[in-house]
Write a protein that binds this ligand. Structure first.
Ligand code: GLP
Length: 242
C-alpha cells in the first residue's frame, strides 16, 4: 500500500487527477471506477480543468460508479447520477452512454444488481477504482457487518450513515434508507485502487482501515488484501496514523 499525505489540498487533487490522466494517456479505453462524496470533488474539478486545457480526453473511456440511493429520482440533486454529471461528466468529453451508475429506481432491484455485475464482468475489470471512506469504515455503501456481500446488492443504510449524509439534504428524513452498492468482491477486482480521504472526522476510520485488523466491521480494512492500493490523505485524515 502506498500512503501519501498532503499538506495542500491542491497537491492532493493534482496527484489524484494525475493518476487518472496517466492511465488515460497510456490506455484511452480505460475503465474507470468512480465514487461520489466530498473527498473526490477536488480531483474531479482538477480533471475538468486539465480536460479544458487539452491535457486529457475521456472520449474512449467508460465508467462504473460504486453506488446509488434507492428511490431517489435520478434527477434529484443528491442522486449520485446527478453528482457525477455535475462534477465530472457534463464537463468532459466522456460518452454519457458509457457512464454507468446503478439504477436505484429499477422496478426489480435484484435483477438490476445482477445486470450491473454482468456488465462489469463483460467490460471490466476496472482499471482504476476511486474510493472514499465513510466515518464508520464503509466503502461504497458496504456498511460494517458480521459478513459482507461480494456482488452488487441492496443495502439498508445504517443510521450513522444517514446522519453523516444528511448534510447534503434538507433534513434527515429526506435521506434514503437504502442504496444499491457494488460489493467488496467487485471493488477488489479493480487493477488499481485509489482511496481519497480528506478531513479529520475520517482519521479514526483511516487508522482502522490501514493499520487495524482486517475485519468486516471495517469494510475498508479489506483493502489491505489488495496488491495495488494508493491512499491519498490530507493531514486531518492522516492524523491518527502511526
Ligand atoms: C458516501 C458514499 C461513499 C463515500 C462516502 C465518503 O457514503 N456512498 O462511497 O466514500 O460517502 O464521503 P466523503 O468523501 O464525503 O467523506
Amino acid at each position: 500500500m502506498n500512503i501519501l499525505t498532503f499538506k495542500s489540498q491542491e497537491d492532493f487533487a493534482e496527484t489524484g487527477a494525475n493518476l487518472i490522466v496517466s492511465l488515460l494517456q497510456s490506455n484511452p479505453r480505460a475503465v474507470l471506477g468512480l465514487a461520489t462524496g466530498s473527498s473526490p470533488v477536488t480531483v474531479y474539478a482538477r480533471l475538468v480543468e486539465m480536460h479544458r486545457k487539452g491535457l486529457v480526453s475521456f472520449a474512449k473511456a467508460s465508467s462504473y460508479n460504486l453506488d446509488e440511493y434507492v428511490g431517489l429520482p435520478v434527477d434529484h440533486p443528491q442522486s449520485y447520477r446527478s453528482f457525477m454529471n455535475e462534477h465530472l461528466f457534463n464537463h468532459v468529453d466522456i460518452d454519457l452512454a458509457r457512464t454507468h451508475v446503478p439504477d436505484g429506481n429499477a422496478p426489480d432491484l435484484a435483477a438490476e444488481c445482477l445486470a450491473y455485475d454482468r456488465m462489469l464482468e463483460d467490460n471490466g475489470p476496472v482499471d482504476l477504482q476511486i474510493l472514499g471512506i465513510g466515518s464508520n469504515g464503509h466503502i461504497g455503501f458496504n456498511e460494517p457487518d458480521a459478513s459482507l456481500s461480494s456482488g452488487t446488492h441492496v443495502v439498508d443504510l445504517l443510521e450513522e450513515t444517514r446522519e453523516a449524509n444528511a448534510r447534503f439534504f434538507d433534513k434527515l428524513e429526506d435521506v434514503p434508507r437504502q442504496a444499491v452498492t457494488m460489493g467488496i468482491g467487485g471493488i477488489l477486482k479493480a487493477r488499481q485502487i485509489v482511496l481519497l480521504v480528506r478531513g479529520e472526522e475520517k482519521a479514526e476510520a483511516v487508522r482502522n482501515a490501514l493499520e487495524g485488523p482486517i475485519t468486516t466491521q471495517c469494510p475498508a480494512s479489506l483493502l489491505q488484501s489488495h496488491p495495488n492500493v494508493v491512499v491519498l490523505l490530507d493531514e486531518g485524515a492522516a492524523k491518527w496514523l502511526k
